[in-house]
Design a binder for this molecule. Structure first.
Ligand SMILES: [Cu+2]
Length: 176
């Protein structure tokens, strides 16, 4: 990652944030190269410039402290944590198969129709049932395209009934 460019962008944002934006508050999941910063559920992404430290790419645990599990609304999570930018990193964390939790996995669905219908037939696996253990695994949003994530377990049931799906379309930072 190009730290120098990010640093330059950071300065721009500090100036912009100081003059334009109010101070936001506290979030647990977002972290940046420059440090952690926070927001409440009530504020909006354009207000998230509390001290100008968040211009660098973000690394975000999908689902926050809920991790990747059955029954959590990941669409809402994605909306609440928008916008996503190119080179932001998503971290998927879930327990490997054991006696007390459902196994999970992570797939990329090819299009909106598949996403709507939780149709995994043409999906690409990016994390198997063991991949989310420990600190989880990372997925970097490298391309300017919609990404459709879903759990692939139980033939789409986790996706459909367990709400284990969300879509993001990372934005481009024009200031690089
Ligand atoms: Cu699942």
């Amino acid at each position: 990652m190009d730290v120098k460019c990010r640093g330059a962008f950071l300065l721009l944002v500090v100036a912009a944030a100081a003059s334009t934006f109010g101070v936001a508050s506290a979030n647990k999941e977002w972290s940046t190269v420059a440090g952690n910063w926070n927001h409440t559920g009530a504020d909006f992404w354009w207000q998230r410039h509390p001290n100008g430290t968040q211009a660098a790419s973000k690394r975000l645990i999908v689902g926050g402290d809920q991790n990747w599990r059955f029954g959590f609304n990941y669409t809402n999570w994605a909306i609440n944590n928008a916008p996503f930018f190119l080179n932001d990193t998503l971290v998927f964390k879930y327990d490997p198969p054991n006696d007390t939790t459902f196994p999970h996995s992570v797939y990329l669905l090819p299009d909106f129709w598949s996403f709507q219908n939780c149709d995994l037939r043409r999906a690409r696996k990016i994390g198997d049932v063991n991949a989310g253990g420990g600190d989880g695994f990372e997925f970097v949003l490298k391309r300017w395209q919609p990404y459709y994530f879903a759990c692939g377990q139980h033939d789409g049931i986790h996706c459909k009934d367990g709400l284990m799906k969300f879509a993001v379309w990372p934005l481009i930072r024009w200031f690089y």
